[in-house]
Design a protein around this ligand. Structure first.
Ligand SMILES: [Zn+2]
Length: 340
């Protein structure tokens, strides 16, 4: 515990670039699949010349956020300059996940299709982005019905897999952890209301349905699964967000979890990790993003003074397998399996 604290302090001093105390995670020569942590829930994944973006948040208004609007200057400063993003995945519709998405889609990812819950689509409609949005709720894999876990088998030819180039992905029913003392501060949805203007207050960015994502990276035949990534942008109680049963003997290579509000749910992420058994665990949404400088991140307010999540996870994994990267840095992923 003390060692982790020391490492955290050293990191915050600027000498190292990830909270596990390993060497800086930015390396230009990392092979594909390559992933960059963009801060909050944002990650940019590169694979075979195509890119998949988990909805990033760069505007990050100061605390307490009341009136919120996309900050074009910050987005321009921090959003990687790429035109190859073909897929943008949205987990839920709170402002710290969706506020910047309209600007990013219009200005930085002109070739991207966004996928997500109905509420996100109805918010994006305010910026005439409906034709570039796919509602994934009808295809979403259920995990629970009437309080009981539902075991679902998803085979390789299941039509709930959504294909896009060298990616395919499943939306999985998940859950948003309460923010504080068991209370969800920003509930609600726009399931039956299409917006004509973007919400102006933090309360207008309603949560909607929360989805986890399972992303497969495909070979050039667009059938063979080379790599598998599971992603959550909010902590959840088990079994929310758990992948379905996949009878293809392909394990999860990389798990991406959310550090915020883990103390508000049960057994997170340990219960999930028992199912996905990833080779590498990446921790996102760990930094205090209110009015932040992504180059000098601070721990979440709720976690200041202690690091229970990192401490616990470090005990379960060999060194180097758990990484909480600094925003705007690349993370080395487990190597590709050997091809025959
Ligand atoms: Zn949220």
């Amino acid at each position: 515990m003390r060692l982790v604290m020391l490492l955290v302090l050293l990191c915050l001093g600027g000498c190292a670039k990830d909270l596990t105390g390993r060497e800086p995670t930015t390396k230009d020569s990392l092979p594909e699949p390559k992933i960059t942590y963009l801060g909050v829930g944002g990650w940019l994944l590169k694979w075979k010349g195509e890119e998949l973006l988990f909805a990033p948040s760069f505007s990050n208004p100061s605390f307490p956020p009341i009136l919120v609007a996309a900050n074009h200057k910050r987005i321009d400063e921090y959003m990687p300059k790429t035109k190859n993003v073909t897929v943008l995945l949205i987990g839920h519709s709170h402002y710290d996940h969706l506020l910047d998405v309209p600007v990013i889609m219009q200005k930085y990812t002109p070739n991207a299709i966004a996928y997500g819950p109905v509420t996100a689509g109805h918010i994006l409609a305010a910026e005439s982005l409906t034709s570039r949005f796919v509602d994934m709720e009808a295809k979403m894999i259920p995990v629970e019905r009437d309080g009981h876990a539902v075991p679902v088998v998803v085979r390789s030819n299941d039509e709930r897999w959504e294909p896009n180039g060298h990616f395919r992905f499943l939306a999985i029913q998940s859950q948003h952890a309460p923010h504080f003392a068991g209370i969800d501060l920003l509930p609600g949805d726009y399931d039956h209301e299409v917006l004509s203007t973007l919400p102006k207050t933090v309360f207008g960015w309603r949560e909607g349905t929360t989805m986890a994502w399972l992303v497969d990276l495909l070979d050039d035949d667009l059938k063979t699964v080379i790599y598998r990534i599971h992603y959550q942008d909010s902590a959840s109680n088990p079994p929310y967000g758990f992948p379905p049963i996949l009878p293809d003997n392909k394990g999860v290579d990389v798990e991406i979890i959310c550090a915020a509000s883990t103390d508000q749910v049960e057994l997170y992420p340990e219960a999930l990790l028992k199912i996905t058994k990833p080779q590498k665990l990446l921790i996102g949404h760990w930094e205090d993003f209110f009015g932040n400088d992504p180059h000098h991140p601070q721990l979440l307010r709720a976690q200041k003074g202690e690091t229970p999540l990192f401490d616990r996870l470090k005990k379960q994994y060999p060194e180097g397998q758990v990484v909480a990267p600094y925003p705007l840095t690349d993370v080395a992923l487990p190597p590709l399996p050997k091809q025959e």
